[in-house]
Write a protein of this length. Structure first.
Length: 148
């Protein structure tokens, strides 16, 4: 598995409830840009419409050697999931506070581009502060244990 892009902000801003792997429909120049690592998942999310799931807001830069056939960097990209998974996620997203957030894009062992999607609930400012405080305390304890 070769990691292309990770959405670090998603782990900071959301409580991750569940993780899913989805295929992604890409144009040829998009795949080449992914292989170069020219993708940004910040402020992107997944949306369900008409029984299909789409990745919205992901920026895949145009391929440097592409010509007129280059792709639109901000277009919606269809995600490939089983219909029963999409129906289940539709019910979960209908609940207040849940959203679908992409965590990473990677190539699996068969060289297929995959997106890791998370069913997530937004954190409050208090939650974020507590997490930072816990992380700092853990770091201090590890530092003290190292010196003893």
């Amino acid at each position: 598995m070769r990691q292309v892009c990770v959405n670090r902000k998603a782990l900071h801003n959301y409580h991750i409830e569940e993780r899913l792997e989805a295929g992604i429909v890409l144009a040829g120049t998009e795949v080449k840009s992914l292989r170069e690592g020219r993708v940004n998942l910040n402020d992107s999310y997944a949306r369900i419409k008409n029984g299909e799931m789409y990745l919205v807001g992901a920026h895949i830069s145009p391929y440097s050697f592409g010509n007129l056939l280059n792709h639109d960097p901000k277009r919606e990209r269809k995600l490939l999931l089983h219909k029963r998974e999409i129906k289940r996620l539709t019910g979960k997203v209908a609940e207040k506070g849940y959203t679908l957030v992409p965590l990473s894009i990677y190539f699996n062992d068969r060289n297929l581009a995959k997106v890791e999607i998370a069913l997530a609930k937004g954190k409050t400012l208090v939650d974020k502060r507590e997490e930072i405080k816990r992380r700092d305390e853990k770091r201090i304890l590890e530092r003290e244990m190292k010196w003893k």
